[in-house]
Design a protein around this ligand. Structure first.
Ligand code: GLU
Length: 550
């Protein structure tokens, strides 16, 4: 077969040679050891946790080494692309502070290694396919869907491997005349790679996450170009990552089975493959079955990145949690360096787990409570205000009515060695502080301690004349103790515990009566501080309101 003639026949318009294209993609000038990574999502409109998980690794590897982190849009599958898909991708990553150095942008693209949209690279792919055809390493295949399923049935019956390979690759040996005839007859075709491999052979590969792997060599004549001339993922991956100078490919482990194909293609092209990191699948414990399973788009709202924003997890909490999943020593580092930005952590691929990464919402919540407890009241205020404006405008109006008031509430128990950890998500802020707003104050008097009703009423009445907003925490408590004898309550907890029968209750019950009356609930931050913020008038009003209830 005259493969040169075939190449010319199939691609008459392709005039460039591979070396012409390569000349436009010179080797990047970067410091020794600098890594070039990319995120290569498809604009399907759905951004998931896995995208972020991988992107975080990409960003860290590149930026930690003085390298480049770029964004390539894999839009070769038109059916799966949505109109604002690219915008969604860019915004989603940007929200999490992951800003690529080059690649697709909101209004086009930036960087010297583009185009960064695969849909704009058709000519480039054709140059390289043409050269493969010319070298006898690729050929047109006219097999129809029916023929392929017949082949599959035969393979099944013979208990043979599935796929287009060896003796089953019937278009491998068509003559130039046959090919010309079919094309002239308008029969659609794809271009396949002529695999030189055999499943009798093993190949060895070291993945930076999975470690040393022994894999079966590829023998499949995989499709390089689909019948519309658009490349498959496999081919585009090899061409793009080579030309764009990617040094490290971080991708989900679902791509591991196709790695032998990719390595073979790199070899056929005469190029050095990048290093690969196949990241573990994100798993969860199914709440119904208790079994570990993959996070699913259909069943698990938490797979969508938009979910975290909606319920108000700070982006930094999500990132922080993903880091704990990604590097086994991250938590330890965080404990030793509570104030440092995440970027100071020495990210290490050797610390990445090689199998199923378990995503645990409770753990994320804990991480988030810690993250939020380290923020200043002003920061929390800003975040809550902007979250609430988007998600709960009614609360936003109350919350931002008096910024100093809201910030003072958020300041209670903040700072110091043991900050309060009430808030894990912005959605929690409203229930946490609702009693500070009369509009949201819905007291649950059912929380009152079991004292006689008359006594509760009396305490509420009496306290109105004792209350002085000027009292500091200890004077405030001394006053409560002084009130105790009148109601046969014990002012000292130790004495009380030893002589339970002698008393109707203790000072703890008394303060609970006040807490429930003033905050409407049994749990609240420090009551003296709460009263200070509510102001005398409102405290008295709430005491009276409760007294009237009993
Ligand atoms: N478009 C592919 C995906 O979204 C990219 C995989 C890769 O990073 O190579 O899974």
């Amino acid at each position: 077969m005259d493969t040169k003639a075939l190449a010319e026949y199939l691609f008459p318009d392709v005039k460039e040679m591979p070396q012409d294209v390569e000349a436009r993609y010179p080797k990047r000038e970067l410091p020794e050891g600098a890594k070039v990574t990319r995120i290569a999502p498809s604009p399907t409109g759905f951004m998931h946790l896995g995208n972020l998980y991988g992107a975080l690794v990409d960003e860290r590897l590149a930026h930690q080494s003085g390298g480049v982190f770029y964004l390539r849009i894999e839009d070769t599958d038109q059916k799966r692309s949505v109109e604002n898909g690219v915008e969604l991708i860019i915004q989603a990553f940007r929200n999490f502070g992951l800003v690529p150095d080059e690649g697709a942008t909101l209004d086009g693209e930036t960087g010297d290694y583009g185009p960064y949209y695969q849909s704009h690279r058709k000519e480039i792919y054709h140059v390289f396919v043409k050269s493969l055809v010319e070298r006898g390493l690729a050929y047109p295949c006219f097999c129809t869907e029916e023929e392929l399923s017949e082949m599959r049935a035969k393979q099944e019956a013979n208990k043979e491997n599935f796929g287009y390979y060896g003796k089953y690759a019937k278009c491998r040996d068509l003559t130039l005349e046959e090919i010309e005839q079919k094309i002239q007859a308008g029969i659609p075709y794809v271009i396949r790679f002529r695999s030189p491999g055999s499943i009798e052979h093993k190949i060895f590969h070291t993945d930076l996450v999975k470690g040393k792997l022994e894999l079966t060599e590829n023998d499949q004549d995989l499709v390089l170009l689909k019948s519309d001339g658009i490349p498959t993922y496999h081919f585009a991956h090899v061409i793009d990552d080579h030309l764009m100078g990617t040094t490290h490919v971080v991708r989900g482990e679902e791509w591991l089975p196709s790695l032998p194909m990719h390595l073979q293609l790199f070899q056929a092209m005469g190029w050095k493959p990048p290093k690969y990191l196949h990241t573990a699948q994100l798993m969860k414990i199914d709440p119904e079955t208790g079994a570990k399973r993959k996070l699913s788009k259909r069943k698990d709202p938490e797979l969508a990145l938009s979910f975290y924003r909606q319920i108000g997890f700070p982006n930094i909490s999500v990132l922080e949690y993903l880091m704990t999943m990604l590097n086994s020593n991250y938590e330890e580092w965080r404990m030793a360096n509570p104030g440092e930005p995440m970027q100071k952590f020495p990210f290490n691929t050797k610390k990445m787990g090689s199998s199923g990464a378990l995503f645990d919402m409770d753990k994320l919540m804990d991480v988030s409570k810690n993250v939020i407890s380290r923020m200043s009241a002003a920061e929390v205020y800003e975040e809550v205000a902007s979250w609430a404006e988007e998600n709960d405008p009614e609360f936003a109006a109350l919350f931002t009515r008096d910024p100093a008031y809201s910030q003072a509430i958020l300041s209670i128990g903040r700072g110091g060695k043991k900050p309060r950890k009430d808030i894990g998500l912005w959605q929690d802020v409203k229930p946490y502080m609702s009693f500070f707003f009369d509009e949201l104050f819905e007291p649950d008097y059912g929380q009152m301690p079991s004292l006689e009703t008359n006594m509760v009423r009396q305490i509420l009445k009496d306290y109105q004349s004792v209350y002085d907003p000027a009292d500091d925490g200890s004077v405030w408590f001394d006053k409560l103790k002084e009130m105790c004898p009148k109601y046969r309550l014990c002012g000292d907890m130790k004495t009380y515990k030893k002589n339970l029968e002698d008393y109707a209750g203790s000072v703890a019950d008394l303060s609970m009566v006040l807490r429930v009356a003033i905050t409407g609930r049994a749990q609240s931050p420090d009551l003296a501080q709460v009263c200070g913020l509510l102001g005398k008038e409102r405290v008295l009003r709430r005491l009276e309101q409760a007294a009237e209830h009993f």
